[in-house]
Design a binder for this molecule. Structure first.
Ligand SMILES: C[S@@+](CC[C@H](N)C(=O)[O-])C[C@H]1O[C@@H](n2cnc3c(N)ncnc32)[C@H](O)[C@@H]1O
Length: 416
């Protein structure tokens, strides 16, 4: 995914973000000493074991990837450090993923039309999603007005409390002092729907690494989501769903997309549009094969303490994979909502591009499904070898010849 350099450097290598984060955690009395984030001993002894445990859990190392997760916040001997580990390691990464999706909307010309912000984040944890939007809007604005209100819903009250205070502090830090947060510590019981009938309408609806924790079958989830959006999503509102890039979790999100589209078509709900990543309502190219799935990937400069943690736990989070969907409620056409130049036909790169002789080879996905394709950069195309091609790029008005296993881009208007 292409994001501006200002966003990729928002958290590092400069220590500014780390300094702010460390100050916040000090005020929260969560660090044993002010310089603890620079202490290898502290990170190794108090934080790393929890990261390893949570990583194994989120990657479902000892269970089927398709299984929902059980409760985890209250398990273990030191729940404060478990929360701190999540806050230091998983929150910034999820925040960055959401900010990158916002950057993608901005890059494709999306403009906010829904008035003052009324956001809701489900399974908010430490407000990773809400703070991700604030970061996205700071570096890649789409024009959200100054006033904003967030409802954060989360079953673990302590994590939510930390998230609420973090969001307030971080919004101020980013100059969004008129964004306010309200906390709703509660377990969402889907037999009662996502929101109570009397809940207000929202114009930004976030679920970041939340849906995979629910045991609900995709069809039921699609029904529940669309029913809630009919009542609680404003016209011109936006929904962002982010899930793990793991094969089964990603496929579940693609299945959810399929179920949503089926219902949208059956009930003629023309104002609901799935915008990203597919740029259209075509059948999913990845679901066509039982072994396939679809994910994005974004690179960032990690805060210095994060690099240290990566080294300690032997993980490498230089790039952040994820699967996602962006949906909007709008009567406008997709080309009005996302005025990509030369909008008529798009193919999205759904893999990295690698060199094969003089060609670049990659997978694309578009109205005509998913296919392996090659392109010779030196030819008349506007894609120069220097610029290259990367996962997430969009080929505009590409003329592609061949079959699913071997195609060639003959002509191309532009690469976005
Ligand atoms: C992996 S965390 C993601 C947190 C945050 N959205 C993020 O992206 O970092 C999933 C969160 O969903 C919460 N959660 C799971 N099921 C829930 C439910 N039924 N009601 C409320 N919160 C729930 C968990 O407590 C957890 O904090």
């Amino acid at each position: 995914m292409r994001i501006p350099e200002t966003l990729s450097k928002a958290f590092g290598p400069s220590p500014d973000f780390e300094t702010f984060l460390s100050g916040f955690l000090n005020d929260e009395k969560l660090l044993p000493e002010p310089g603890a984030l620079k202490s290898k001993r502290f990170l190794t002894r108090s934080i790393a074991p929890h990261i390893e445990r949570l990583s194994a859990l989120f990657n479902r190392e000892n269970q089927d990837q398709g299984d929902p997760l059980g409760a985890y916040w209250k398990k273990g001997t030191h729940p404060e450090n478990l929360r701190l580990a999540y806050f230091l390691y998983f929150m910034p990464a999820n925040l960055f993923r959401i900010a990158s999706i916002w950057a993608e909307l901005s890059r494709l010309g999306f403009q906010w039309k829904a008035g003052d912000l009324r956001g809701v984040e489900f399974g908010a944890g430490p407000a990773s999603g809400a703070t991700g939007i604030a970061t996205g809007e700071k570096f890649c604005p789409v024009g959200i007005p100054k006033l904003g209100n967030w409802a954060l819903i989360e079953q673990d009250a302590a994590t939510l409390g930390l998230g609420g205070r973090w969001a307030n502090a971080y919004f101020q830090h980013l100059g969004k002092s008129e964004w306010k947060v309200k906390e709703f510590p509660r377990k969402i019981d889907l037999s009662l729907g996502f929101l109570p009938p009397k809940a207000p309408k929202f114009n930004l609806w976030l679920m970041s690494f939340f849906l995979n924790e629910l045991p609900t079958p995709r069809k039921e989830l699609a029904d529940l989501l669309l029913d809630s959006w009919k009542h609680h999503l404003e016209n011109e509102g936006v929904v962002i769903l982010v899930e793990p890039a793991l094969k089964q979790q990603s496929r579940k999100l693609l299945e959810l997309r399929r179920e949503l589209l089926e219902k949208i078509q059956k009930e003629k709900l023309d104002d609901f549009k799935i915008l990203l990543p597919c740029l259209g309502h075509q059948n999913c190219g990845a679901l066509a094969s039982p072994e396939d799935w679809c994910h994005e990937d974004v690179s960032w400069w990690r805060p210095p303490y994060y690099k240290q943690l990566d080294e300690i736990v032997e993980l490498d989070r230089k790039s952040l994979p994820f699967s996602y969907l962006v949906i909007t409620r709008s009567k406008r056409s997709r080309s009005e909502i996302l005025p990509i130049p030369g909008n008529s036909q798009t193919h999205r790169l759904v893999s990295p591009a690698h060199s094969e002789g003089q060609d670049l080879e990659f997978f694309t996905c578009g109205q005509d499904g998913k296919r392996r394709a090659r392109l010779r950069p030196a030819l008349k195309s506007p894609v120069t070898p220097d610029e290259g091609l990367q996962r997430g790029d969009i080929l505009l008005e590409a003329e592609i010849r061949g079959d699913q296993n071997s195609s060639r881009v003959q002509r191309l208007k532009a690469r976005v």
